[in-house]
Design a binder for this molecule. Structure first.
Ligand code: FE
Ligand code: CA
Length: 509
């Protein structure tokens, strides 16, 4: 059996077998309970690894496409266990969590005291039902060098616009970490003429029941389940988990809708309890160290941003007090960068960082107002901040734009002779935008922005291996997202780049 098949068997096979088998070794504290059917149809996930533990996630839903998931209003006890082997011969910790109806019957178990830098397997039980098995890991011990870390990054998966084949290939890579950079689901139906599959029909998702149901439908995709089950995720949201191009600062979006969106996001991603939202606020940005090798600064470019500037409005776009991050997050990021301690600083965030001015001339502000271009002063403070703090290897990891891009970073994108001070890897979408045409021309602005090394209109993800001497990134492409049969879909590497330690910017790989 190939590695891919073995991993998919692990996920799908055990899900199918998750019937009445009460495996010996599972904690017996909870006993059988009345559950209307297999409550583990949404799969399992893990996230936010630390040197001594991680989050183990599942969400019970016996009828995933019903409001309430077919779980009623009662809380349900869920046992979990984590082992060093797939057969659960050596269980290292067990516990019982309460899946609370008011939390969408989600489970966020957080084992502690596990050995650092190690691989584990976990599963859940509710009544007589056993969940699929997930693989996860702890982060390396503080001060230790793991030698390398293998990550995958992805974004933008409109369910109606294609099949999540890219996730299957990501799972087959068996990365140490998966970064999901936003648009996990979409609040609106697809605008494409032809849909591959349909969302349960709402005009626009805008309350907690509807947000929950949309996540449930998204999570039924077997490819996505495989990617969740294979490695811990570091997830941040972008706009569509709430509404298109929302901005957080001020009164632009109703508090009730923000609260519903954040609550559903927390319930449906493997996030720690400490990140549970309070009213219309969620503490999303955080830092995940990977020994002395790398740190992941996971950012929030929605909740604290000013409203987007009006189209092409240079006066507003170039205001020096504009912010995309908010002052507190900016200070958090720069203080964290100043503290150092790792060879690579990876900024996981949502929107395009490098300059992308359409005519390449400073006189007109023909840029994306929603991206960092629309918050030029905010971007300059952060870029100058990492220069001043002598950050050795800053790499920005981005989603949002439904194309792959690879960019050198500069302080001034109009000065093509200025120093290269960082690197940006932008991952295309898993599905959003639909199957691209093979003859799609590159966007016009590419020629005017020589810091852009690559743009590719394709569906896929980016995988990267980071070592003490270099970061190697591969931009991947799946052959189709409209073909439902995974056996007929292939994946290829379309471009490869290297970033050398101590030398910002992209080299041909
Ligand atoms: Fe998107
Ligand atoms: Ca311009």
């Amino acid at each position: 059996m190939t590695k891919l098949n073995r991993r998919l068997f692990l996920v799908a096979g055990l899900a199918a077998a998750g019937g009445a088998v009460a495996l010996p070794g599972l904690a017996g504290a909870s006993g059988p309970r009345a559950v209307a059917g297999d409550p583990f149809q949404l799969g399992v996930a893990s996230g936010d690894p630390r040197p001594d533990g991680m989050v183990l996630w599942t969400r019970l839903a016996a009828k995933p496409l019903d409001i309430g998931g077919g779980m009623g209003t009662a809380n349900v006890a869920v046992d979990w266990e984590i082992a060093t082997d797939e057969a659960f011969a050596t269980v290292v910790q067990r516990g019982t969590e309460t899946a609370i109806a008011g939390e969408g019957h989600s489970v966020h178990a957080e084992p502690r005291g596990l050995p650092a830098g190690a691989e584990f397997f976990y599963r859940f039980r509710s009544g007589t039902f056993i969940s699929p098995v997930g693989r996860t890991r702890t982060a390396p011990a503080a001060g230790s060098d793991p030698g390398s870390v293998k990550v995958a990054m992805a974004s933008c998966q409109h369910f109606e616009e294609g099949w999540y084949h890219a996730h299957r290939f990501m799972a087959a890579d068996e990365p140490d970490l998966i970064l999901f950079l936003g648009d996990y689901m979409y609040e609106k139906q697809s605008g494409l003429g032809t849909k591959v599959r349909g969302y349960v029909d709402f005009d626009e998702v805008d309350n907690l029941d509807e947000y929950r149901l949309r996540y449930a439908q998204t999570k039924l995709d077997p490819g996505l389940k495989a990617a969740h089950a294979v490695a811990p995720w570091l997830a941040v949201f972008d706009d569509h988990e709430l509404a298109n191009n929302w901005w957080g600062n001020g009164t632009g979006w109703p508090a009730a809708r923000k609260q519903a969106s954040f609550q559903a996001y927390w319930e449906n991603l493997p996030l720690p309890r400490s990140m549970k939202p309070t009213g219309p606020a969620i503490p999303l940005y955080r830092r995940v160290p990977w020994g002395t090798l790398a740190r992941f600064h996971m950012m929030d470019t929605r909740q604290y941003r000013w409203q987007q500037a009006p189209n092409n409005n240079c006066t507003e776009i170039r205001r020096t007090d504009r912010t995309l991050t908010g002052a507190a997050q900016e200070k958090w990021l720069l203080d964290g960068l100043a503290a150092g301690g790792s060879k690579w600083d990876l900024l996981g965030q949502q929107v395009f960082f490098a300059g992308r001015d359409v005519d390449g001339a400073t006189g007109t502000c023909d840029v994306s107002e929603d991206a960092w271009d629309g918050y030029d002063a905010s971007r300059k403070r952060i870029t100058q901040g990492w220069i001043d703090r002598r950050v050795r290897n800053p790499v920005v990891l981005t989603g949002d734009v439904h194309r792959h891009w690879a960019n050198d970073l500069r302080l001034n994108y109009f000065d093509h002779a200025s120093a290269i001070v960082g690197t940006e890897l932008v991952t295309s979408s898993i599905t959003s935008g639909g199957n691209p045409g093979s003859s799609d021309p590159p966007p016009a602005e590419v020629a005017k922005n020589p810091h852009v090394h690559y743009v590719g209109n394709q569906r896929g993800y980016v995988r990267a291996t980071v070592t003490g001497t270099e970061l190697t990134a591969e931009f991947t492409k799946v052959s189709s997202i409209v073909e439902p049969d995974p056996a007929k879909v292939t994946m290829a590497v379309s471009r490869r780049f290297v970033v050398q330690d101590g030398r910002p910017g992209l080299q041909a790989g």
